[in-house]
Write a protein that binds this ligand. Structure first.
Ligand SMILES: C[S@@+](CC[C@H](N)C(=O)[O-])C[C@H]1O[C@@H](n2cnc3c(N)ncnc32)[C@H](O)[C@@H]1O
Length: 236
């Protein structure tokens, strides 16, 4: 069922095929070379085409499809908290795959509603807003997803530190809202102290795996850490 229907109950295991013939992009007067490169990449990206066809708001949706196909995180009745959700591709996938559950999706940026999800504008850097969310959802959530990322500055070290901080913010929320046995999938990046972060996760969960979905661009340092079997401990 296409996500654009806004109904719950999608099928598992959709696959994105290989790319078609390469689309060439002429250099237009006034267009920067970086914009031409971006346009060429978009036009030749099978995940962009497949997302449009499926009614997903972002190509990122395919990353969660692949992660969930592999790890089976999204039970049909799961209560899910989706952090850094805009424009909403992951939220659409969560609603499809947890048709009898509850999906709360938030982002610091405003996001169009997603049928079947509760969409909120929350900046997790705002401690009071994060605490209010935690107070409402403490101990109720089966799965926390975080695809949060900063807008890249281009300075690798700075970007790594700021993205790592977002992953830690997500973990801090996760350990306060998850039910024992719950799961957590979080965007991380190679470098920037990921070994320490994995060690922290291992203290909180029985199993921690890393995955680079094929929809994640090869040239990007992005990867995802998937943690299962939350040991509990809540506010501790
Ligand atoms: C890569 S996008 C998420 C894409 C989304 N998973 C999808 O499938 O459409 C990263 C998001 O993280 C959000 N974000 C970054 N910092 C945040 C914060 N402190 N609190 C909430 N959201 C944040 C950004 O606004 C951005 O929308």
């Amino acid at each position: 069922m296409a996500a654009r229907d806004g109904k719950r109950g999608g099928r598992r295991g959709k696959r994105v095929g290989r790319r078609g013939p390469t689309v060439r992009v002429k250099t237009a007067r006034g267009r920067k070379p970086s914009s031409t490169r971006w346009l060429r990449r978009q036009l030749n990206d099978p995940y962009v085409a497949a997302a449009a066809k499926q009614g997903y708001r972002s190509r990122a949706a395919w990353k969660l499809v692949e992660i969930d196909d592999r790890f089976g995180l999204l039970g049909r009745g799961a209560w899910v908290l989706d952090l850094g959700a805009a424009p909403g591709g992951w939220t659409q996938v969560a609603v499809e795959r947890a048709p009898r559950g509850r999906v709360v999706a938030l982002d610091r940026a405003e996001m169009e509603p997603v049928a079947g999800a509760e969409v909120r504008t929350v900046d997790l850097d705002d401690g009071a807003a994060a605490d209010a969310l935690v107070a409402e959802l403490a101990g109720l959530i089966d799965l926390v997803l975080s695809d949060m990322a900063i807008s890249a500055t281009g300075h690798r070290g700075t970007d790594q530190v700021r993205n790592r901080r977002l992953a830690e913010l997500a973990f801090d929320v996760a350990r306060r809202v998850l039910k024992p046995g719950g799961g957590f999938a979080v965007k991380a990046f190679h470098g920037g102290g990921d070994a320490d972060f994995v060690a922290e996760l291992k203290r909180g969960f029985r199993e921690v795996r890393s995955v680079k979905p094929s929809a994640s661009r090869a040239e990007s340092a992005e990867l995802y850490l998937v943690a299962r079997g939350f040991r509990g401990g809540g506010e501790g």
